[in-house]
Design a protein around this ligand. Sequence first.
Ligand code: 5GP
Ligand code: ZN
Length: 117
Amino acid sequence: MDCLFCKILQKEIPAGIIYEDDQVIAFNDINPQAPFHALVIPRRHIATLNDISTEDREVVGHMVMVAAKLAQQQGFASDGYRTVLNCNNHGGQTVYHIHLHVLGGKAMGWPPYQDKL
Ligand code: 5GP
Ligand code: ZN
């Protein structure tokens, strides 16, 4: 399977891995949008949020737990941070292996886009 994030998982492509366990890994985003910007991904290849099944509930919950753990470790958990999971074209997904963005270290605006509804 030609998946960039599976290649990072297999260590075929280098990435700044900051956390790993039996279910997920986390690594620094190559094009950071905040002082801290990491991606938490499941070891199992799941293409999009639409492809999550009942058996993935635990790993998806674990991804969120790891995001919170990283924020604690980085020291910005109480100031706040943002997690994002983009799905498909309109969601801005570019890599089709689900990944939870964890962004922190600065105040971020909301809503993210000001386009007309
Ligand atoms: P998406 O737009 O799919 O939600 O997010 C994909 C993210 O993966 C982007 O933030 C992009 O910068 C990041 N990314 C793309 N290619 C690589 C890569 O080769 N290495 C790393 N570390 N991040 C990547
Ligand atoms: Zn994959």
